[in-house]
Design a protein around this ligand. Structure first.
Ligand code: LMR
Length: 341
């Protein structure tokens, strides 16, 4: 039986639509390429604002071919889960703290947790943008992850509900840390009890007394309202908190080359922006904490600070085997080359 007029008409239409899809790749996926960017901090932080800046630049420079969905404050995944989700391809982009790569099997990143190893952000940039930074990022490739950039937060302070001026003031306190063996060693060097915990759970743990205190850059302490549940903080600046912006390698290498080039440019400019705002964000957060009157901030004098440097100095040798003595030596040489010794 001969196909009816309608059937022939529909067949012709389907054929044309099919041809259009093949002929015009753009037509094939009107849908934008979606990048889910998940992170665990508040939007009003260096990382949160960096992620939003990347979104703006990525969407405008790809003229909408890419859509970036930013999920702050652990709304999508907590610390541990987000790395698994990236490897599975459930999210495409993250910026975890450099202290959180140990559980992934890339423990060398914990070099950034060594107390008083990095005098300032400028020196950090030298290390991150040099051979050491490149070597560390390349270690992620075996995990199906590609490193795009290093982002800053800042230097950490201790907080608790009793006055902290000297290292011995932390003796016996339960202190929350990120999942880093170097931070564990750091707390043990202070006779404190380290407790690994997801960032999203810290406020409540402080409020209920599951932990007595913790360490954070001011911006994380303030934006997570930890100053409401911590009576004292001290400006030890004993360790650095920074990030690696990472993507799922399969997703990234599967992008159309022109799209990837535009995204690389957007990441480069968002990184410059993020570095620019990080230090001021932390200064503003410290001022806001002091102004709130909820936390007494203790400002150390030079002698007091020297006592913290001395108390934490043994950590470097203790963790050399874990993070790699060669890398520590390389950083010390870099310090000498930068005239820091
Ligand atoms: C923390 O867990 O304390 C930080 O890594 C959170 C963050 O991403 O800044």
């Amino acid at each position: 039986m001969k196909p009816s007029f309608h059937a022939r008409g529909f067949a012709a239409f389907a054929l044309l639509a099919g041809l259009a899809l093949i002929a015009v790749p753009e037509a094939r996926s009107q849908e934008p390429i979606v990048i889910k960017f998940s992170h665990v901090v508040a939007a009003d932080t260096p990382k949160g604002r960096g992620a939003e800046r990347f979104k703006e630049l990525a969407e405008s420079r790809t003229k909408g071919r890419v859509k970036v969905e930013v999920y702050p404050n652990s709304t999508l995944y907590k610390d541990k889960e987000e790395l698994e989700a990236l490897q599975l391809g459930s999210v495409q982009m993250l910026a975890p703290s450099l202290a959180k790569f140990g559980p992934l099997g890339v423990k060398e990143f914990e070099v950034f947790d060594i107390p008083y190893m990095f005098p300032d952000e400028q020196f950090l940039g030298r290390v991150e943008n040099g051979p050491i930074g490149r070597k560390l990022m390349s270690k992620l490739e075996t995990k199906g992850i590609t490193g795009l950039a290093f982002w800053d937060n800042g230097f950490k302070v201790f907080s608790a509900n009793r006055p902290i001026a000297a290292p011995s003031d932390l003796k016996g306190l339960k202190l929350r840390i990120q999942s880093s063996k170097v931070l564990e060693a750091q707390m043990r060097a202070l006779d404190a009890v380290p407790q690994v915990m997801a960032f999203g759970d810290v406020y409540q743990a402080l409020q209920t007394g599951v932990v007595d205190g913790t360490e954070n850059p001011w911006s994380n302490m303030y934006t997570q309202k930890m100053h409401e549940v911590q009576k004292y903080a001290v400006d030890t600046y004993h360790g650095y908190l920074g990030y690696a912006v990472i993507v799922n390698t399969k997703f990234w290498s599967g992008l159309p080359p022109d799209v990837r080039a535009a995204l690389e440019g957007a990441m480069k400019d968002a990184t410059a922006f993020e570095h620019e705002i990080a230090r001021k964000d932390n200064q503003d957060a410290m001022a806001a904490i002091e102004k709130s009157g909820r936390t007494k901030v203790i400002h150390l004098g030079a002698d007091q600070r020297a006592a913290w440097v001395k108390a934490l100095a043994p950590v470097r040798a203790e963790v050399a085997g874990r993070v790699g003595k060669d890398m520590i030596d390389e950083i010390v040489q870099e310090q000498a080359a930068a005239g820091l010794h």
